[in-house]
Design a protein around this ligand. Structure first.
Ligand code: ADP
Ligand code: MG
Length: 341
């Protein structure tokens, strides 16, 4: 099609629309893992098991023991903009689930071979749906859901070419699970690769214990507990000691209402709190759990929901900065700082 040539305007076929959307949501195997674990958590899972082959490129399986999907709804789960999580604008503005756009499964299914088996507690058996053929078959599993994704990007070679080695993709997949694990101590997580258990975090009542399990006792022992309550906003977590600062920003975990986010404003606030104690461009390590009234934050900014927008950015900036500065203050008793937040 030469530029300037005229072709009629047409509506794109559904499949192509999903493939276009997949470009935003599904960058690599880790994006699939993130979306599937989001869904498992939204379903109330207590245990989430991720099984990978070839760094997730060949195969990703996510199993949960959540509420499941009624057999009659299974085909809808793969449809674009079909969701059980919101039904109107006011629910969108107060959304408490990880998902709400009804896009992920449709997008993933459009760039892979996807199947989904599920069972609710009122079903006599599980039902399995093959994404491509739409075929439904009885299947065996306990209450919960298993999503299997094979041959990611098999039909979109441009995307496939951007994938790194299996080891790198695996590392990203594990990181995706780690991000969930830090915010959900009550849920057990396991990651398998090529039949070997590569990570496991057992359920615990304590978010402090989970931080220890996921980030390591060394990090936690060398960090200060932080906690702050400021109007509609509360912050808890850990501020890494200046000595445990690193060359990369890979130990900066920020959660807003349980959702992992990357936010420039928060990163800036944290950096300024470390300004006087960190030198030479090193990156502080920290873990921040920010709870804020849902109407004060917009999570519907980006398809991956990794970015958020705050109604009052200054309020958040000040609170984060103050929480970290207080935790790092030299006079502060080390013993008190090590108590669980
Ligand atoms: P969203 O999470 O935004 O609703 P998805 O495409 O990720 O969109 O999922 C579509 C729907 O499928 C969900 O709203 C939910 O009802 C159902 N679903 C997906 N995964 C699971 C799961 N693991 N357990 C229970 N229901 C699920
Ligand atoms: Mg989802």
């Amino acid at each position: 099609q030469a530029a300037g040539g005229r072709r009629p305007i047409r509506e794109l076929p559904d499949e192509l629309v999903s493939q276009i959307a997949a470009g935003e949501v599904v960058e690599r195997p880790a994006s699939v893992v993130r979306e599937l674990v989001d869904n498992a958590l939204d379903a109330g899972a207590r245990q989430v098991t991720v099984k990978l082959e070839a760094g997730g490129v060949r195969r990703i399986v996510v199993e949960d023991d959540g509420a499941g999907i009624p057999a009659a709804d299974l085909p809808l789960a793969l449809k674009r903009h079909a969701t059980s999580k919101i039904g109107n604008l006011s629910e969108l503005e107060n959304v408490a689930t990880m998902g709400f756009r009804g896009e992920a499964l449709a997008a993933i299914a459009s760039v892979s071979e996807l199947s989904i088996a599920s069972r609710t507690d009122s079903d006599a058996h599980a039902t399995r749906l093959e994404g491509r053929s739409g075929e439904l078959n009885p299947s065996a599993r306990a209450v919960g859901t298993t999503v299997e994704v094979r041959e990611l990007f098999f039909a979109t070679p441009a995307r496939r070419k951007f994938l790194k080695t299996d080891a790198t993709e695996l590392a990203h997949c594990i990181e995706a699970v780690r991000r969930h694990a830090l915010a959900r101590p009550q849920v057990g997580f396991a990651v398998w690769h090529e039949g070997r258990l590569v990570e496991q975090w057992r359920a615990t009542a304590s978010i402090e214990q989970r931080a220890r399990d996921v980030l390591g006792a060394d990090f936690v022992d060398a960090s200060r507990a932080l906690t702050l309550q400021a109007g509609p906003l509360s912050i808890s977590g850990r501020a890494g000691s200046p000595d445990s600062a690193r060359a990369r920003s890979d130990h900066q975990y920020v959660y807003v209402n349980g959702r992992f986010v990357r936010d420039k404003l928060i990163a800036h606030a944290a950096r300024s709190a470390y300004e006087d104690v960190l030198h030479g461009g090193r990156q502080p390590a920290y873990l921040l759990h920010i709870e804020i009234a849902p109407e004060r934050v917009d999570v519907n900014v980006h398809p991956t929901k990794i970015e958020v927008r705050f109604r009052d950015g200054r309020e958040v900036h000040q609170a984060v900065r103050r929480a970290i500065e207080t935790a790092l203050a030299p006079g502060r008793a080390e013993g008190a700082a090590l108590l669980p937040a």
